[in-house]
Design a protein around this ligand. Structure first.
Ligand code: HEM
Length: 279
């Protein structure tokens, strides 16, 4: 859950680019992010985060060992000064597209990082995030120019809890070489070649794939892998455009055009003079 990241990581993006969610959501699955290439200062625009999965059909193992639908969540890491669009400035169209999805700032320290979820994947497969671009003329922490935003999107349950223990959404493996000597419910006992035994418990819902009497090697799977979800990251570049730069470029382009045109006209005039003088 995003709250696990908020409680355990002051800054959710590590220096190597890994977003905190990936520490517990070990399986990878693609996400797709769309947003404009350029925006003007102090405007509201939309980032669209798609977290695709077959939500209608696919069901996952939940903590008590039964099956349920998948939920999704997301995180967006924006540069300093950028933030979630305030409710009173949200355009109606955008509000409708959000389908009631609520985003919240990651922490007091990082209002430029926002999280959402868990919410049902069947409704929010396409998560819409309204962003307010800063105004560098009035905000010291923002600059015009090119910048990068980082996104993370997740569907399904994680493999590790904040305390470090595994969730039941994991595949379990043999702890040593030997023979399966007993299977009692979720407890699998392996008898090693030296006669010592180890009893491993697979967690609720685990589907055991070994039989009593079977030989196993260390790290052979004891259960199937129940995980159907995964976490994905994406990076997008965008430009915070300064209108003065656009005007300056237009002025430059126009002046070059006029200069070129006058050169051509001058050449034509000179050619006429040459013709008249009979060169
Ligand atoms: C569950 C998203 C960070 C561990 C979930 C679920 C979502 C989610 C949407 C619900 C899945 C479902 O019910 O189908 C995220 C996002 C994160 C994040 C977007 C980052 C911003 C973390 C972190 C940890 C973690 C840092 C571990 C410290 C788990 C676990 C579950 C879970 C163990 C399953 C809980 C249970 O059902 O018992 N997460 N998560 N998540 N998450 Fe995360």
């Amino acid at each position: 859950y995003p709250i696990y990241a908020q409680q355990n990581y002051a800054n959710p993006r590590a220096l190597n680019g890994k977003i905190a969610c990936a520490n517990c959501h070990l399986a990878g699955k693609e996400i797709d992010v769309r947003m404009p290439h350029d925006v003007l200062a102090d405007t509201i625009f939309k980032a669209q985060i798609d977290v695709p999965c077959k939500y209608e059909k696919r069901r996952q193992l939940i903590a008590d060992g039964s099956k349920a639908a998948l939920n999704i969540g997301a995180i967006a890491i924006m540069p300093e000064g950028w933030k979630l669009a305030p409710k009173d400035r949200l355009p109606k169209v955008l509000k409708k597209q959000m389908k009631g999805l609520s985003w919240s700032p990651y922490s007091k320290e990082y209002p430029n990082i926002v999280v959402a979820g868990p919410v049902p994947g069947s409704i929010y497969e396409r998560m819409v995030l309204p962003i307010l671009a800063p105004d560098p003329n009035t905000q010291k922490d923002a600059n015009f120019g090119k910048l990068t935003m980082y996104f993370g999107g997740n569907r399904g349950r994680g493999q590790v809890y904040p305390e470090g223990n595994q969730s039941n959404n994991n595949q379990f493996f043999a702890k040593k070489d030997g023979k399966i000597s007993a299977i009692d419910g979720l407890k699998v006992t392996i008898e090693g070649t030296d006669g010592s035994t180890v009893t491993q418990e697979v967690l609720a819902g685990g589907q055991i794939v070994v039989e009593v009497g079977e030989q196993v090697v260390k790290d052979d799977p004891l259960t199937t892998n129940p995980n159907v979800g995964g976490f994905g990251q994406a990076e997008k570049e965008m430009m915070l455009q300064d209108m003065n730069r656009v005007w300056a470029y237009c002025a430059l382009a126009t002046s070059i055009f006029v200069a070129q045109l006058t050169f051509v006209l001058k050449k034509k005039q000179f050619e006429k003079v040459q013709l008249a003088e009979g060169f």
